[in-house]
Structure formats: structure tokens, C-alpha cells
Design a protein around this ligand. Structure first.
Ligand code: PGA
Length: 250
């Protein structure tokens, strides 16, 4: 894993966006793996601003998202479908039919995962995957304890994840209990991965990630075995790691 230290959230967003833009210029029909949550909104805003003033085109780009809650209508502002439309897709020239999020009708929908796996395969796999990390170390909604060989499927949200995401809902009871998430083995097949980490709340887990062995107790630790991962972390997120290490490698 390569570690890039940036000053703050704005610098992290700019760095990540520039990597995405580079990828799209390199291969106009790139398959981008996208994430939701608080972390990538600045990256998407940078892409939108760049799109307005540059020749970057997303006309041939295809996107696959990491996850989606089960039980929320697509029109629900808390759904990731809604998030992607309002935070990115509606503001660039990506074709709606080229944007994909996993979808499961309900928690018994056993075919939904395989369907999404087949879709990703039919697109030729993910060229560049954007990831955030949960305070508990999850990637996508793959919570601690998830098998590293997991494929896309229905997952139950950890209590800590529901608490972390409750800020977007009027109460924790409204946070869906289940989601459909790209599997860990699916994420690992991406040709390149960017892990975005910002803010003081992520400092303990980033420190753990940097110091721990690869273990299913910390889902993001599998990234250590991937040949092309870059962590883009800001100073707050790196604060605990730097206290223990003294310096940062890059
Ligand atoms: P966040 O979520 O970007 O809202 O911090 C990250 C995650 O849970 O993966």
C-alpha cells in the first residue's frame, strides 16, 4: 500500500478527483467503482467543477457502486441511488444506463448478489475503485468478521455502522438493518484502489490498519495484499499513526 499524506479534506478530495480524471482520460470507457458516505462528496464536487470547465467526458464511462441499503425506495434521500444522482451523476455527462448500484428487493433476494457479480464481469471488471473506511474497519458494508472470499450479497449492518450512519436519519431506528454490498473478493479484483481517509474520527482505525496484520477482524487490512492500492489520508486521520510512528512513509 502506498500512503499519501495530504493536509485536509479539500486536498484529499482534489487528489482523489485528479486520479479519477487521469483514469478517464487514459481510458474513456473506464469502469469506475464508486462509494457513498461523507468521505467522497468533496471528490465528486471536484469532478463536477472540473467537468464544467474542462474537456473531461464521462460519456463512455461506466460506474458500479459498492453498496445500497435494503428497504429504502430509490427516491428516498437516504438511498445511495439518490446520493449518487444528486452528488454526481446529474451534474456530469455520464449516461444513466451506464451507472449501476447493487439492488436487492428484500433480505431474501438471494439472486441479487450474483446478478451484480455478473454485471461487473460483463463490464470487464473495475479499473479504479474508490473506497472509504468505516470506523470499525469495514469496506463497502463488509463488516468485521466477513470472509475475505465474500462475493456481492446481502449483509447485516454492524451496530456501530448503524450508529455512525444514524446522523443521516431522524433516528437510529430508521437506519436499515441490511444492505447489499460488493464482496471483499469482488473489491479486490479491481485493478487499482484508492482508499480515502479523512478526519479525527478515522485516526484510530487508520492507525490500526497500518499496524495490524491482515485479518478478517479488520476488513480493510486485505488491501495490504493488493498490488495497487493508494491510501490518501489527511493530517487528522494520520494523527494517531504519526504519534506512534513519528513519521509517515509514502
Ligand atoms: P463515511 O463512511 O465516508 O461516511 O465516513 C465511510 C464508510 O463507512 O465506509
Amino acid at each position: 500500500m502506498k500512503l499519501v499524506e495530504v493536509k485536509d479534506y479539500a486536498e484529499m478530495s482534489e487528489f482523489a478527483a485528479k486520479e479519477i480524471i487521469k483514469q478517464v482520460h487514459l481510458k474513456s470507457n473506464s469502469v469506475l467503482g464508486l462509494a457513498t458516505g461523507g468521505t467522497p462528496t468533496g471528490t465528486y464536487q471536484y469532478l463536477i467543477n472540473d467537468f464544467k470547465k474542462s474537456d473531461t467526458s464521462y460519456e463512455e464511462v461506466m460506474t458500479v457502486n459498492l453498496d445500497e441499503y435494503i428497504g429504502l425506495d430509490k427516491k428516498n434521500p437516504q438511498s445511495y441511488d439518490y446520493y449518487m444522482k444528486t452528488n454526481l451523476f446529474e451534474h456530469i455527462n455520464v449516461k444513466e444506463e451506464n451507472t449501476h448500484l447493487p439492488y436487492a428487493k428484500n433480505i431474501e433476494d438471494q439472486e441479487a448478489g450474483q446478478k451484480y457479480e455478473s454485471l461487473i464481469e460483463s463490464l470487464g471488471g473495475i479499473d479504479l475503485q474508490i473506497l472509504g473506511i468505516g470506523e470499525n474497519g469495514h469496506i463497502g458494508f463488509n463488516e468485521p468478521g466477513t470472509s475475505f472470499s465474500s462475493k456481492t450479497g446481502i449483509v447485516e449492518l454492524a451496530e456501530s455502522t448503524k450508529q455512525a450512519n444514524a446522523r443521516y436519519f431522524s433516528s437510529i431506528e430508521e437506519v436499515p438493518t441490511h444492505a447489499i454490498s460488493m464482496g471483499i473478493s469482488t473489491i479486490m479484483k479491481s485493478k487499482e484502489i484508492l482508499l480515502l481517509v479523512s478526519g479525527i474520527k478515522k485516526a484510530p482505525i487508520l492507525n490500526e490498519l497500518m499496524n495490524t496484520d491482515v485479518s478478517e477482524d479488520l476488513p480493510a487490512s486485505i488491501l495490504k495484499t493488493h498490488p495497487n492500492v493508494t491510501i490518501i489520508a489527511d493530517q487528522e486521520a494520520l494523527s494517531v499513526y504519526k504519534e506512534t510512528k513519528g513519521s509517515v512513509y509514502s
